[in-house]
Design a protein. Structure first.
Length: 143
């Protein structure tokens, strides 16, 4: 169910044997992501439950369960920016219905992130996924 962009990340991770190389790759993904404009770094877009500051701004095209989901995001921590980039690859372009069907824990486990993130980062990742799911759910209800 993962997007093509996420599959590319998963394939890259398969070639990287050492966790340090994967960690660097996550940071590089974050560096390649455009920053979120300061105007959108507001309480309404902030993700609670993250040790770092995290903002997620939804971008939904269309209406109803088949509307396309995307988001822009940012963080004050480089590794978290990378995780946001991975989540962007996982969810962007999916319909709202598909967003709600994604098993993010299983998809992220394919990358081995679940084994190497600190408890705080794992909680933050869960908070980001919950926020994305909540945004998709709310968009379906308002359609």
């Amino acid at each position: 169910m993962a997007s093509e962009a996420f599959e590319e990340i998963a394939e890259t991770f398969e070639f990287l044997d050492e966790w340090e190389d994967r960690y660097r790759h996550v940071i590089d993904l974050g560096k390649a992501m455009p920053p979120l404009d300061e105007a959108f770094r507001v309480p309404a877009t902030r993700v609670e439950g993250c040790a770092s500051q995290v903002w997620i701004l939804p971008e939904i095209e269309g209406q109803g369960p088949e509307a396309r989901f995307s988001f822009r995001g940012d963080s004050d921590a480089m590794i978290v920016r990378g995780i946001i980039a991975i989540l962007h690859a996982l969810y962007s372009g999916l319909t709202l219905r598909q967003v709600l069907a994604v098993d993010a824990a299983a998809e992220m486990a394919r990358l081995g992130l679940d084994e190497h993130l600190s408890a705080q980062r794992s909680n933050g990742l869960r908070s980001m996924v919950e926020r994305i799911r909540a945004l998709a759910s709310a968009a379906m209800e308002t359609a």
